[in-house]
Write a protein that binds this ligand. Structure first.
Ligand code: ADP
Length: 570
């Protein structure tokens, strides 16, 4: 190598490899040894969004993956920064969102002999149980390969989280620039189509044709697949009632005449043939068990991961393939041989839906003071209907359960929530990614407890001037805030019902609103969305509003010895 040989280092090669694969945004937190990686990325035109806690950066990358269908990238430091990001990477994997966490790591020679290096953790092995795949890049000339491998793995088949470990020493290594350029490549067709076998399609169609009470369940895999038109064509050509899982709401509008969201319990209890499209029969669907489901219901399942079939119930007609390809084959089948769905079944569902809708309207019309969840959510729903492009992020217990039912969605992939794990803390990360990736306004509907997990990211929202409005449904507690203490400290579920969360926005240059009535909420939310200014609305609710564990009370083992019942003898 002569003195005039042009060199390229690991930092620049990582950025070149990401750019070659159209990575336009990186979410992260800088520190040793990755600070220059963020600087080089920004200088080369990748947008770098810096967070206050790595979990939020990771959640943003995961949401970007869900919204775009391309892996979102999160950058963290070594050791604790890596560990902070890991729950988000695990959550992305649980939700089947494509994501890559790139972490710098410490000196292998010191880490592996437990010699006590700075932030020494065996990151590669620590990540493994939580991710789709974990890779480490050991040489500067493997950076292009490592990035390509991470992109391919995250996006293809069932999407998921990939951990990519890059030791600081590799980032600092240099090689001859022309040779380095040859080590970087663009992944061709990162998520290839996977066509279903024609006989599997025929079998599924026969089952649907013979069904007396067929039902389609659309899951977030169907939303992720970006096959909106073909899914709609199949649903409408078949005439089969459909039920959206929460993140599939809007794939077809909630107001669609075939939606049976308002008759959910009846639909699943009575359906005899169920077509699952990108939805797993996990706890969110009662594992397909009776009594929630009919004991002799038969399942047809569309999924890209064949190992998903039979995970809970026998799958009578497995359709392995990507949703776009499978649904177009099914659509062609029903167009060629139309199905008849009995009016008895659709009438039964419509009657129940009308009954439940009437009950809901009654609840929404009540106007108690202090406000309760339904009154606040009714207003939020009305304002969102006037802003159909707005993205909705939603987390909490009651704030999640009730918003899911009250807030109708009309557009695909506009609702992001706690997902497969029902995890808290995704709120601000998801909201930031939705605003960054789409440029549209975002409304995050948060329980006051849920907000606390990522609330400091309001500063991030303000720093980047993102059009995010955070509505905090503040009933002063985890579940609710009116529990009496048994000693001098507050009860375990109690937070501060007098909190003024809106001041957090004002601390960082955003706009804060404190509202106590539906009318105030309506005007604050309309103004906040319209202004596209970072805003926090503290919506003061009755601390007695809300139920313990939300809709999941059955999962909560209750103590036989309730406080006050424990005798001195134990
Ligand atoms: P929900 O929670 O909404 O019911 P899940 O996350 O349980 O949805 O299910 C999503 C399913 O979708 C996963 O089993 C995943 O393998 C599948 N999936 C994701 N993307 C695709 C795709 N492009 N084609 C087919 N199946 C997909």
């Amino acid at each position: 190598m002569t003195a005039s040989t042009r060199l390229i280092d690991g930092f620049h090669l990582v950025v070149e490899a990401l750019k070659a694969n159209d990575v336009a945004t990186m979410y992260g937190i800088v520190g040793i040894p990755v600070t220059d990686l963020a600087r080089v990325a920004q200088a080369s035109g990748i947008r770098y969004i810096g967070f206050r806690q790595e979990a939020s950066a990771g959640n943003a990358a995961a949401a970007a993956g869900f919204l775009t269908g391309r892996p979102g990238v999160c950058l963290t430091t070594s050791g604790p920064g890596f560990l902070n990001g890991l729950p988000a990477l695990a959550n992305a994997t649980a939700n089947c969102f494509p994501m890559i966490q790139i972490s710098g790591s410490s000196n292998r020679a010191l880490v592996d002999l437990h010699r006590g290096d700075y932030q020494d953790i065996d990151q590669l092995n620590a990540a493994r149980p939580f991710v789709k795949e974990a890779y480490r890049i050991g040489r500067v000339e493997d950076i292009g390969r490592g990035v390509a491998r991470a992109i391919r793995t995250a996006a293809s088949g069932r999407p998921g989280g990939v951990y990519l470990d890059i030791p600081g020493a590799v980032l600092g290594q240099a090689m001859e620039a022309a040779a380095g350029a040859e080590t970087v490549w663009r992944v061709v067709d990162p998520a290839p189509r996977q066509l279903p076998a024609p006989e599997a399609v025929e079998h599924a169609l026969r089952m649907l044709q013979q069904a007396r009470r067929p039902l389609i369940v659309l899951g977030k895999g169907a939303a992720y697949a970006q096959a909106d038109n073909v899914i709609r064509e199949f649903v409408e050509a078949s005439g089969i009632p459909f039920l959206p899982m929460s993140m599939a709401k809007g794939l077809l509008p909630d107001a669609h005449p075939q939606s049976v969201a308002a008759a959910r319990s009846l639909a699943i209890a009575r359906a005899d043939v169920v077509l699952l499209v990108g939805a797993r029969l996990n706890w969110l669907l009662a594992h397909g068990n009776s009594p929630q489901w009919s004991a002799d219901a038969k399942f047809v399942q569309v999924d890209i991961a064949p190992s998903e079939f039979d995970s809970n119930q026998p799958i009578a007609a497995p359709l392995a393939g990507d949703i776009g390809s499978v649904m177009s084959a099914l659509r062609d089948g029903v167009v060629a041989h139309p199905l008849t769905v009995s009016a008895e079944w659709t009438d039964e569902l419509a009657e129940r839906a009308a009954h439940n809708d009437a009950k809901m309207r009654e609840r929404l019309a009540e106007d108690p003071h202090p406000m309760r969840f339904y009154n606040a959510l009714g207003v939020i729903h009305a304002v969102l209907q006037e802003n159909p492009d707005a993205y909705v992020v939603n987390e909490g217990a009651n704030a999640l359960d009730l918003a899911r039912n009250v807030i109708g969605m009309a557009v695909p992939r506009h609702r992001l929530d706690t997902g497969t794990w029902g995890v808290m803390g995704i709120g601000m990360g998801y909201a930031i990614a939705a605003a960054v990736e789409t440029g549209q306004p975002v409304v995050a509907i948060e329980g006051d407890s849920a907000f606390g997990f990522s609330g400091m990211e309001v500063e991030t929202i303000c720093r980047y001037r993102l059009p995010v409005t955070v509505v905090i449904l503040n009933n002063g507690g985890v579940y609710r805030g009116d529990e009496s203490p048994t000693g001098t400290d507050p009860a375990p579920t109690v937070l501060n019902a007098q909190a003024h969360h809106e001041l957090i926005a004002e601390a960082f240059g955003g706009k804060g609103y404190h509202v106590t009535t539906p009318a105030e909420l309506r005007s604050a939310l309309s103004a906040a969305i319209g202004s596209r200014t970072p805003s926090v609305i503290d919506c003061e609710l009755d601390p007695a509003a809300g139920v313990e564990s939300g809709h999941l009370a059955s999962l909560n083992p209750t103590s036989a010895a309730k406080p006050g019942k424990v005798s001195a003898g134990g």
